[in-house]
Design a protein around this ligand. Structure first.
Ligand code: TRP
Length: 364
């Protein structure tokens, strides 16, 4: 049988999704979904993982499960093509995690650079919840339970995919070919790898208040773009401007397509020309910001409108999620069955084992 091509990816429901998620992952997912190149697509909300550092705030996770579902639907994820589900509703994932825990050492987990940074950011140095520390293992369960071949995520997730690959290799080495090694699929555009916040800080984050959300109104988007961080030394229009660290240009790298010039800024033929003029001097920030705002509104407006439609029937969104969970659970249960067999912990459906033991004891 030809190996199926299976996509799996997900997000922690700790807040509404923003345009960093969009250019880093969501936009690509929808393209992949509609490409017809994949046999199955699973997209899920990692609420269990979200709880690893929010255990005293379950209401936050509960509120954001529906927000993220609405974000998914509004960007164009289609439940007829993708299975959309919620991690905590798939208990098979816990069982798989339980076995994988025996295949990873504490020192291996301590070397995970993403977890290291997150521990620092959360001031967890002296009191790391065990579940948080081990979430890369649970993430390997998420990936392998669905036999994912392709995991489209941002670069911060690279260590998680590597950890999953190691677990797969170890498992298959010990128990025979059972699990599938996943490949990461990174964004193809450098600006999309890690879109900075509107203040130019490294990353968009709710606590820094530097995000543009997919659900922001047209006015909010306009305001946020107009107040975006640029080049602080570019004071007069005639001053030469710098592109590095200039958020407006990073966003243009992520959002601008050649046809946008014909629609919104006919004085230039390409982004390279616009950049050259800015670097030379003589191009004001406001003009570039207006251009960026027009492009972003064009991209975000249909998303906003679809969201409003889905918001009209929230029970239907929950019903969609519930159905997705049923489909996902069946897929995970199938893998678990194979895992138990491979690990020889399928005592009761192994007639040969029972007969063999009966014989051993009857002769003595
Ligand atoms: N850790 C991912 C994030 O923070 C979410 C996630 C959990 C995930 N399990 C996954 C992503 C499995 C891809 C595959 O965004």
């Amino acid at each position: 049988m030809k190996k199926e091509k299976i996509i799996l990816t997900g997000d922690r429901p700790t807040g509404k999704l923003h345009i960093g998620h969009y250019v880093g992952s969501l936009r690509r997912r929808v393209e992949l979904q509609n490409s017809g190149l994949y046999d199955k697509i699973f997209v899920f909300e990692a609420d269990g993982q979200a709880l690893t550092d929010n255990i005293d705030n379950p209401e936050k996770v509960r509120q954001n499960v529906i927000e993220v579902a609405l974000d998914y639907l509004s960007v164009g994820l289609d439940p007829n093509k993708s299975t959309i589900f919620i991690q905590s509703q798939i208990p098979e994932l816990c069982e798989l995690t339980f076995y994988y825990m025996d295949m990873v050492t504490v020192s291996r987990l301590q070397r995970n650079p993403t977890v290291k940074t997150e521990i620092q950011m959360r001031n967890f140095e002296t009191s790391i919840p065990v579940g948080f520390f081990t979430y890369p293992i649970s993430q390997a369960a998420d990936i392998t339970a669905f036999k994912a071949t392709t995991v489209p995520v941002g670069e911060d997730q690279e260590p998680m995919i590597e950890q999953a690959r190691e677990i797969v290799r170890r498992f298959n080495h010990i128990y025979g070919e059972t699990l599938v090694e996943p490949d990461i699929l990174l964004p193809d555009n450098a600006a999309c790898l890690r879109l900075p916040g509107t203040d130019g800080k490294a990353k968009m984050s709710k606590s820094l208040g530097n995000c543009i959300y997919l659900s922001d109104s047209a006015d909010e988007v306009e305001k946020k773009v107009k107040s975006m961080y640029t080049d602080p030394t570019h004071i007069k229009v005639t001053d030469p401007g710098r592109l590095e660290g200039n958020t407006v240009f990073t966003y243009l790298d992520a959002f601008c397509r050649p046809e946008h010039f014909g629609r919104y800024l006919t004085d230039y033929a390409s982004l390279d020309e616009l950049k050259a003029h800015y670097t030379r001097g003589g191009l004001g920030d406001m003009k570039v910001k207006k251009f960026l705002a027009a492009i972003m509104q064009e991209e975000l407006e249909p998303i906003r409108n679809r969201r409003k439609e889905f918001e009209k029937d929230i029970p239907a969104v929950y019903a969609m999620l519930k159905q997705g969970c049923e489909v996902a659970r069946a897929a995970a249960a199938q893998t678990l069955d194979e895992v138990r067999r491979a690990m020889k912990i399928n005592y009761f459906d192994d007639d040969a084992l029972i007969a063999e033991q009966a014989k051993r004891f009857s002769n003595e």
